[in-house]
Design a protein around this ligand. Structure first.
Ligand code: G
Ligand code: MN
Length: 411
């Protein structure tokens, strides 16, 4: 199975929009070429072109020195926006590029970002002089520039985020917090869920994963998260499992990570259900040999989105984790209780273990016990933690819940 390449859709959309506006300028002005140049480190780099670019020596991604350029002069205010005849304009007549690219007329406006930075320029060139070129043409170009700058600014911000995410992945700047999952019959911590944590300032883990997806780095980031999580396996007891989160799109690409020749009894893959699955057969096929080696499959956040029932039916998980949105306050909410019960019955039917997620209060805990949960996870039982003392307690074998004579915790 090959890994599908994930193109960052936002970048493509931004480029299409830029191309559209540049073409519009080209059609309207009727000059030889229209282009967007970005100023980067003393150079200008062409980002979008329309018209006969080769005859002016321009290509997308190509560039030249800013020194001695028309655009640098125009932005500095030493060249007017419209130069109808370069032969009559002393400030550019003798520039090498005027003769090498045969520039007869020039029109250009700065692309000024909302924060005041100059992104670059939007320009048009013609081989012949254009005696009619005037301030109105520059105004038109300015108007188009106004339409471009927001997109350019957000694309620049996105590309900074992309670089930052690539750095993060390269330097493996991710830690793993663990959160206990407690068996409601024995009170023991039977599993620990690994949750990725990033350096402060990057926003929530959810946000970082979402941005990685937008930047086409989803696979790399999720792979790192799985690697980091699996590194924690040796600190668990042999009767405890480690649960790691993977999205369906990425799950089957992670095969090489777990293809080593060892049993997988201690590993639980939590399939997050935010996204729809396109090809269940493929995932099933990939999972089969791993499940035979002991890997267990959990459907995460069940009840939070539209896909969880289908996931359960198609993938026959070993574990169903009911989302916090159905658990919060369910002791006083008949609707939530019956939704929870639906998953409890489903779990019975498919022979899955039922875990209640996000249990914060004793009342929630009592209720999910009554409704048939086998295990629970949530702040009441332990917050996700990177503290070795917490881990020591959770792996000590001591029950985290007092257990009564019956099948559930005492009130
Ligand atoms: O999607 P998943 O269930 O894997 O997400 C787990 C997330 O839920 C983690 O970010 C964790 O910090 C958070 N979480 C865990 N327990 C609780 C809880 O009891 N209450 C709330 N509000 N969030 C929780
Ligand atoms: Mn999870």
């Amino acid at each position: 199975m090959t890994a599908p390449t994930v193109a960052p859709p936002s970048r493509e959309r931004a480029q299409r929009e830029l191309d559209r506006l540049v073409s519009l300028a080209h059609e309207h002005l009727g000059l030889g070429v229209v282009y967007v140049a970005e100023f980067v480190g003393g150079r200008q780099v062409y980002r979008a072109l329309a018209g006969d670019a080769p005859s002016f020596g321009l290509s997308v991604g190509g560039g030249g020195a800013l020194d001695d350029s028309y655009c640098a002069r125009m932005v500095a205010g030493t060249l007017p926006n419209a130069v109808p005849d370069t032969a009559r304009e002393g400030r550019v007549r003798d520039l090498a590029v005027t003769s090498s690219a045969r520039i007869g007329a020039y029109l250009g406006v700065p692309l000024r970002l909302p924060d005041g930075d100059v992104y670059g320029t939007l320009c048009a060139l013609s081989h012949e002089p254009q005696p009619d070129l005037n301030v109105r043409d520059a105004k038109f170009l300015s108007l188009l520039a106004d339409f471009m700058v927001d997109g350019l600014a957000s694309e620049r911000a996105a590309s900074r985020r992309r670089e930052m995410l690539s750095d993060l992945i390269r330097t493996r700047s991710m830690t793993v917090a663990l959160q206990p999952i407690v068996d409601l019959h024995s009170g023991a911590c039977v599993s620990l869920e690994a949750l990725a944590r990033f350096p402060t300032g990057l926003g929530s883990p959810d946000r970082v994963f979402r941005e990685a997806e937008q930047a086409g780095l989803q696979f790399d980031l999720e792979r790192l998260a799985v690697q980091r999580a699996v590194e924690r396996l040796p600190s668990l007891r042999s009767d405890q499992s480690l649960a790691v989160n993977v999205s369906p799109a990425v799950a089957f690409q992670l095969m090489p990570l777990v293809s080593a020749d060892r049993p997988l009894h201690q590993l639980v893959l939590e399939i997050t259900e935010h996204a729809a699955v396109e090809d269940y057969a493929e995932i099933r096929q990939w999972l089969q040999p791993l499940r035979e080696r002991g890997l267990r499959l959990a459907i995460d956040d069940a009840g939070a989105g539209y896909a969880s029932l289908r996931h359960v039916v198609e993938l026959r998980p070993d574990i169903i984790k009911v989302d916090r949105s159905l658990v919060a306050g369910l002791e006083s909410d008949a609707g939530r209780r019956s939704a929870f019960t639906t998953f409890a019955l489903l779990a019975l039917d498919v022979g899955a273990v039922l875990i209640a997620e996000g249990v914060e209060t004793a009342a929630e805990l009592d209720t999910v016990v009554t409704l048939g949960a086998d295990a629970a996870q949530g702040y009441l039982l332990g917050r996700p933690s990177t503290d070795p003392e917490d881990l020591a307690r959770w792996t000590s074998g001591e029950p985290l819940l007092p257990v009564g004579e019956g099948s559930g915790p005492t009130p």
